[in-house]
Design a protein around this ligand. Structure first.
Ligand SMILES: O=P(O)(O)OC[C@H]1O[C@@](CO)(OP(=O)(O)O)[C@@H](O)[C@@H]1O
Length: 456
């Protein structure tokens, strides 16, 4: 499959189904051919959000269990030139040119080694890669190693975006440690000027390259020669990114009758205290939002989340994909009953909770797959409040906070607590607001016997 096309801001809603072409072999995530190796080559002037995009792509791929790694040429360059002045980036400075080229070669060599050792499927080569000559060299080198290339150019002329990038990111860069932020920003602007002199945007001359051009972070997208499913998956993700400031709020439903009785799954009503939480939620949200922003509320299709959200005066959307992890034959049982009736399963789930699939039900890994469209939609959207379930919230939280799979199913997510996540350039900020309404704990620690827990 080859895809070419041009999208503007309003045309970005591409149906997910279009990208569901079956791959040759899948790893259980239903995503990729095992022999595919892709080098995502970032292209763009400094302060165009390349590192931010690279870091988001890697986080998304890890969440989907696709092994990926960023090779940042700047880090290699810092081993030979830790604190360069802007002149170092002047192309008439031959020593600077030589050292920069050496850093790029070292990064590409390490990347090829990483692929050859079978350590991953997608590498991100994070550098400016700002000339046609440099890009051709990378493509030829990758071709020779059987690695596909996907060039991702971030082109941005919006002064506000560039300035905030310069200030927020670059003044905290290791190149400027201990320097006065003002002179660091000035030096960085000079460095950009040196790059601008030689910068060549990807154009028709490079028609044979596989590329995506992101103009003003998602306002306009041009794609060329997309070759296969995994590439199109990355491109689709990139098409959905935006950097407008926003927050995402997460809450579990109020305490349910099942929670009170220690039963899992089901479609129970709220308990009395759960009902109190539903009534308190609009105030809690107001306090956390702090201004008159309009949110959109997403719930699952189960009664306990819909009831919890019903007093919120915002537009609401119910998603089947947000329903709780399906516990199959264990639905409606307590953990103690599961341990009694299915002791082997109980043990297996403890040993590998992420991959354990309930008989006739789901695993956390399955949940992540069905949540992928939710993540895409979240990336596209602005201020969203999600009222959902313990397992679902863990998976969404893991995506934003980069929590590894061994840990995410064991995270404690208390009832009657509102979590606010605010994506920033290099991390996600978190705030928690607890309602003063008691609730049972539905958390069971790894390795603890449920029978014992209940007896206690
Ligand atoms: O994966 P574990 O830790 O069992 O948690 C998921 C469980 O959380 C529960 C509560 O114990 O979800 P919910 O928030 O919908 O009430 C169960 O229904 C569900 O099976």
């Amino acid at each position: 499959m080859t895809v070419n096309g041009e999208f503007n801001h309003d045309m970005r809603r591409v149906p997910t189904g279009e990208f569901m072409t079956p791959s040759r072999k899948t790893n259980g995530v239903g995503v990729q051919a095992e022999d595919t190796k892709i080098c995502v080559v970032m292209v763009g002037l400094p302060a165009r959000g390349k590192s931010l995009i690279a870091q988001k792509v890697v986080r998304y791929l890890h969440w989907l269990s696709i092994k990926a790694k960023t090779f940042n040429v700047g880090q290699y360059r810092r081993t030979n030139t830790p604190n360069p002045s802007a002149d170092f980036f002047d192309t008439s400075n031959s020593e600077g040119e030589r050292l920069r080229r050496a850093a790029a070669e070292a990064a590409v060599n390490d990347m090829c080694k990483w692929f050859a050792e079978g350590q991953g499927l997608i590498a991100i080569l994070d550098a400016t890669n700002s000339t046609k000559k440099r890009r051709r060299w990378i493509q030829e080198r990758c071709d020779a190693e059987g690695i596909e290339t996907l060039f991702v150019e971030s082109k941005c002329d919006d002064e506000d975006i560039i300035m905030s990038n310069i200030l927020e990111v670059k003044t905290t860069s290791p190149d400027y440690v201990g320097q006065d932020p003002e002179s660091a920003a000035q030096d960085f602007r000079n460095r950009i000027r040196n790059y601008e002199r030689v910068y060549q945007t990807i154009d028709e001359d490079e028609f044979d390259l596989t590329y995506v051009k992101l103009i003003d972070v998602g306002k306009h997208v041009i794609i060329n020669q997309i070759q296969d499913y995994l590439q199109s998956r990355v491109v689709y993700y990139l098409m959905n990114l935006h950097i407008r400031p926003r927050s995402i709020w997460l809450s579990r439903h109020g305490e349910s009758q099942y929670n009170l009785n220690g039963k899992i799954g089901g479609d129970a009503e709220l308990s009395e205290r759960g009902e109190m939480y539903a009534r308190a939620l609009p105030g809690l949200v107001k306090q956390s939002v702090g201004d008159s922003r309009k949110l959109t509320v997403w719930t699952s299709t189960l009664r306990r989340t819909i009831a919890t959200a019903r007093f919120l005066e915002f537009e609401k959307l119910e998603w089947k994909a947000l329903d709780e992890l399906d516990s199959g034959v264990c639905d409606g049982l307590t953990y103690a009953e599961i341990e009694e009736r299915y002791p082997d399963d109980f043990k297996q789930r403890d040993e590998d909770k992420y991959n354990y699939r309930y008989l006739g039900g789901e695993s956390y890994r399955d949940v992540v797959i069905r949540l992928e469209p939710i993540i895409m939609e979240l990336e596209r959207s602005e201020n969203i409040l999600i009222v959902t379930h313990q397992a679902i919230l863990r998976c969404i939280y893991a995506y934003f906070m980069n929590v590894p799979q061994e840990r995410s199913p064991w995270m404690e997510v208390p009832l009657h607590t509102l979590i606010k996540l605010t994506p920033k350039a290099y991390s996600t900020q978190e705030e928690r607001l607890k309602a003063d309404i008691p609730a049972v704990s539905t958390f069971r620690e790894k390795g603890s016997s449920a029978k014992h827990q209940e007896a206690a």
